[in-house]
Design a protein around this ligand. Sequence first.
Ligand SMILES: C[S@@+](CC[C@H](N)C(=O)[O-])C[C@H]1O[C@@H](n2cnc3c(N)ncnc32)[C@H](O)[C@@H]1O
Length: 256
Amino acid sequence: MRFTVLTLFPEQVRNFVEASITGRALARDIFALDTVQIRDFCDNAYNKVDDTLYGGGTGMLMMCEPVYQAWNSVISQAKERPHTVFLSPQGAVFTQKKAQELLEYRHLVFLCGHYEGIDRRVLDEIVDEEISIGDYVLTGGEIAACTVIDAVARMIPGVLPSSSAYEEESHMGAGLEAPQYTHPEIWHDMRVPSVLTSGHHANIREWKRLMSIYETWRKRPDLLANLEVSESDWITLLAWRAADADKNEPDTKDSD
Ligand SMILES: C[S@@+](CC[C@H](N)C(=O)[O-])C[C@H]1O[C@@H](n2cnc3c(N)ncnc32)[C@H](O)[C@@H]1O
């Protein structure tokens, strides 16, 4: 899979993607990353990429031509037309489901705006999809592009040690992941739930299933409707809730 980022700040993108897990995968050619400096495609002596707004208004807007030529430099060399994503606070909000959809493309091109954004005409001409990483405004699309690349790249086979590393995580199903623990078994008088040290795999699976529902109910009740919760599940969940009434940390108790 190839990611190409059209940006005025390629180093921001490279610094992020070339670090840690994605960086190791890049070094092993599990996926490819290209950054394209939009400023290199200016058609004026001052390398000016932005200009004032028609109709008035504060700030500067990135002009069509440098963006178009930067995009065209990628498209003209690609064997098949890549999918072009504009990172924008006006796009559909990014989700795990969208990350899974993007994984289907062999080549994704990310266009990052800066300043007031980008002239609408070039967006209409080259963009296949607009994605936002949340309902707030950033100074530029680079952090958003890195966010999307990271979420997609970690599902490319070989980036993580195994697919179970991401398949069992929050948002991969309908709810949140059950709480997790590592050594030591007791820390600050809090013991790891005994079911997890029991070695009883069926009980562990069932505890994780119920805890996933419980965490979703506790933290993201808006997602609960997506989960299957039986009457007997509710009996357990309500008992846990009652037991936790005096505490804020339900995940630190023995619950088997
Ligand atoms: C300051 S913003 C421009 C906002 C634009 N004037 C508006 O009100 O919709 C500059 C650039 O940052 C990026 N950006 C800002 N917020 C974003 C978000 N929530 N998600 C994705 N990209 C974002 C976009 O590429 C945008 O063109």
